[in-house]
Design a protein around this ligand. Structure first.
Ligand code: HEC
Ligand code: HEC
Length: 159
């Protein structure tokens, strides 16, 4: 009886201790239709779990000054998206963004997961920016970030 429960516990502990190693970051099921439409037009609709709630509030408070772009929305949509992002935000401080507005690509978590990526590659013509997830993660649109799906051959060799 106890032995049968052991793998279950082991699985639960693993799930708690390893959230930052997740290679699946799908868009949460409770996403409003406006999420992909309004936050996926200029870049990938970033997984809400990659920034903390205070970060998302800061992003959503200044959509008119959005990393050099204007991403303003009507108040109803803005509020709906802020609620969704905050609801699904990271609780883990390692996901705290840096900058104003905060960048998820500057979090301690992102930097660690990408420590093997040479600095020059972030500016490579095929990549252009660290926020261009799909340039390297061929199935990022599907929420999948597995090592074997890395698109750049020189990065694939590294593991
Ligand atoms: C009009 C185009 C546009 C729209 C619409 C837009 N963004 Fe952005 N977003 C940008 C640009 C440009 C950047 C900066 C990209 C870079 O520097 O690599 C950016 C960057 C970001 C970043 C930081 C990524 C990083 O580098 O860590 C976040 C987070 C973000 N956007 C969230 C959102 C959310 C949430 C929405 C929907 C409410 C949204 N964006 C809609 C253009 C847009
Ligand atoms: C220059 C290429 C590049 C870009 C751009 C990039 N990544 Fe990565 N990413 C990698 C590499 C290489 C790894 C390590 C893969 C491995 O060894 O498993 C990685 C690892 C990851 C992992 C961990 C996967 C796991 O197995 O646990 C996640 C999650 C991830 N990236 C998300 C993102 C997101 C989200 C973005 C965009 C905001 C992004 N990456 C942009 C190259 C990139």
């Amino acid at each position: 009886m106890r032995a049968a429960l052991l793998p279950l516990f082991a699985g639960a502990i693993l799930a708690i201790s390893l959230p930052a190693r997740a290679d699946r970051l799908p868009v949460p099921a409770d996403a409003p239709a406006s999420f992909k439409a309004e936050c996926g037009g200029c870049h990938l609709p970033f997984p809400p779990a990659l920034l903390t709630a205070p970060d998302w509030k800061r992003v959503m408070a200044r959509l008119d000054k959005h990393y050099g772009d204007n991403a303003s929305l009507d108040e109803k949509t803005r509020r709906e998206l802020e609620d969704f992002l905050v609801r699904n935000a990271a609780g883990n401080g390692r996901m705290a963004g840096q900058g104003d507005p905060p960048r998820l690509t500057a979090s301690a978590w992102f930097q660690r997961e990408h420590r093997k990526v040479p600095a020059s590659l972030w500016r490579d013509a095929r990549v252009k920016s660290a926020s261009n997830c799909s340039a390297c993660h061929s199935r990022a649109e599907q929420g999948s970030y597995r090592g074997r799906e890395i698109a750049l051959p020189e990065l694939r060799e590294k593991h």
